[in-house]
Design a protein around this ligand. Structure first.
Ligand code: NAD
Length: 250
């Protein structure tokens, strides 16, 4: 049996988006359970308040994860042993339907939500392969399960998170590395999600009012992410775990 209060003792876990919301709650939970955490965020201010307010072994890297140099620094700071990676950082679109997508929005959403996740995972895998062990958790979304939860760019990016994660699980599970997705519904965080499309407001607005469950707290997502990172989920790989209060069942 693992000691459930110290599941990450002696382990190093990287958390992206660690400065706020779901990422920050994940950092807190990992540190509380004895882990050494490398928290990455584009906002140095958020990382500063993280280290001021959260105890435990937390080191930070400030930088934009779409920049290869940030990825390199994260792996360097993490060191030779990397037991877990939680790709949490992500951004929303402005609920743009396809005909209203600006290239800039599409490119930024795909760069942060998909390409940065791929690059950091690619950079971390050699360390995990050396150890024949590791757990990767990518944060998807209910928007990765359906077409009616966001704009087209974000919806596309979160479907890509699912495909990326299942392909990674397929290739590396036989080598001791697990890869899973946690797919949240609405969560009380600082993520910005402005309606920039009148048609989307008309089309999605009524669904958001009637179909989706209550807004969750980031700690509820951190519980699922850390479960998948831990040995408690040792036989789980390639899963897309809806942590959405039942939205996926609607
Ligand atoms: N909040 C929700 O309702 C919700 C629902 C479904 C999925 N999600 C997903 O959960 C994840 C976390 O979002 P959150 O709600 O906690 O948002 P958040 O904005 O509170 O936290 C995200 C953090 O990521 C950081 N970040 C953004 N772009 C970055 C970059 N390029 N490089 C480094 N750091 C970057 C931000 O500075 C921020 O601190 C995202 O992937 C999001 O898509 C959130």
């Amino acid at each position: 049996m693992t000691n459930s209060t110290a599941r990450f003792e002696g382990r190093t876990v990287i958390v992206t988006g660690g400065g706020a919301g779901i990422g920050r709650a994940t950092v807190e939970r990992l540190a509380r359970e004895g882990g050494r955490v490398v928290a990455v965020d584009i906002s140095p201010d958020r990382l500063e308040s993280l280290t001021a307010e959260v105890g435990g072994d937390v080191v930070t890297v400030a930088g934009d994860l779409t920049d290869e140099e940030t990825v390199r620094r994260v792996v360097e700071v993490a060191g030779d042993r990397i037991d877990g990676l939680a790709n949490v950082a992500g951004i929303m679109d402005g609920f743009e339907p396809t005909a209203e997508i600006a290239d800039e929005t599409w490119e930024r959403v795909m760069a942060v939500n998909v390409t940065a996740m791929m690059r950091l995972t690619r950079a971390v895998l050699p360390r995990m392969l050396e150890a024949s062990a590791g757990s990767i958790v990518n944060v998807g979304s209910e928007a990765g399960q359906r077409g009616s939860a966001a704009g087209t760019p974000y919806t596309t990016s979160k479907h890509a998170v699912n495909g990326f994660s299942q392909s990674t699980a397929f290739y590396y599970s036989p080598k001791g590395i697990r890869c899973n997705v946690v797919a949240p519904g609405p969560v009380a965080t600082s993520i910005e999600a402005p309606f920039r499309s009148e048609w989307a407001a008309q089309r999605i607005g009524p669904l958001l009012q009637t179909n989706i469950p209550a807004v969750a707290q980031p700690e509820q997502l951190a519980a699922a992410i850390t479960w998948l990172l831990s040995d408690d989920a040792s036989n789980v790989s390639g899963a897309i775990l809806a942590v959405d209060g039942g939205w996926a069942a609607v």
